[in-house]
Design a protein around this ligand. Structure first.
Ligand code: ADP
Ligand code: AMP
Length: 221
């Protein structure tokens, strides 16, 4: 089954997805993480994506779709996939349906993480990410035991350049213009949509996330 995590930057999609795949045998596919990995490796894709990402703009749909298709080929068709940060446009969502159909997969549920903008701004200004293992922390809400050092793998934490306030403002505008219309798109889609108030304790959000995913698994079995 495929689960789509929808919500603005900083809503907690990555945090929730990482917790989920720690506990279940499933795969987390974050297009943002795939693009950042390509940048670190200095590939053509990474160079192409860099300008868009640093400006807080979306990378073109065709590039993202090629990336996702190639990545899905590395994942067994039976494995559950949690998409985070993808799809982000109606064209990406329409194409995803086609790709999934071709590979015998389907979206079981879409989970929308709802967080007010002022909370997003604080979360993104405090976000610290581990480029080595993907763990995410927050200087305000979930600090590491040792400053700048990943609790999980000892990697050196970074504050993402696109989490600076000017870029965050642009990313939130882009979310409203390009990605928020997916809420209506998925409401008219066969997959169920669950809206979660995500401005709460991580564990409380996770409990609701598990309920939504479990309900979708029951529906398909
Ligand atoms: P997204 O993947 O949606 O962009 P993240 O999962 O990276 O969001 O979370 C953004 C920031 O907010 C991170 O620093 C994370 O530690 C923090 N965070 C996530 N969920 C919560 C929560 N429920 N309460 C407080 N902080 C949170
Ligand atoms: P994220 O890590 O999801 O916050 O994404 C970081 C940046 O990567 C975004 O601001 C975009 O520039 C780019 N990006 C990630 N996923 C997508 C996508 N599905 N479509 C277009 N651009 C994306």
């Amino acid at each position: 089954m495929v689960v789509v995590l929808l919500g603005p930057p900083g809503a907690g999609k990555g945090t929730q997805a990482l917790r989920m795949i720690d506990e279940r045998s499933a795969v987390h596919v974050s297009t943002g993480d795939l693009l950042r990995a390509a940048r670190r490796k200095g590939t053509e894709l990474g160079r192409l994506a860099q300008g868009y990402m640093d400006r807080g703009e979306l990378v073109p749909d065709s590039v993202i779709l090629d990336l996702v298709k190639a990545h899905l080929e590395t994942i067994d068709a039976e494995t559950d996939v949690f998409f985070d940060g993808f799809p982000r446009t109606t064209d990406q969502a329409t194409s995803l349906d086609g790709v999934l159909k071709d590979t015998g997969r389907a979206i079981g549920t879409v989970v929308l993480f709802d967080v007010p903008d002022d909370t997003l701004l604080k979360r993104l200004s405090g976000r610290r990410s581990c480029p080595d293992c993907g763990s995410v922390y927050n200087t305000f809400f979930s600090p590491t035991a040792v400053e700048h050092v990943c609790d999980r793998c000892g990697g050196a934490l970074v504050h993402r350049k696109d989490d600076e306030p000017e870029t965050v403002a642009r990313r939130l505008q882009v979310y409203q213009a390009e990605t928020a219309p997916l809420i209506d798109f998925y409401q008219a889609h066969p997959a169920s949509v669950t809206r979660i108030a995500a401005d709460r304790d991580v564990g409380d959000v996770y409990a609701d996330f598990c309920d939504a995913v479990d309900a979708a698994f029951r529906d398909v079995s």
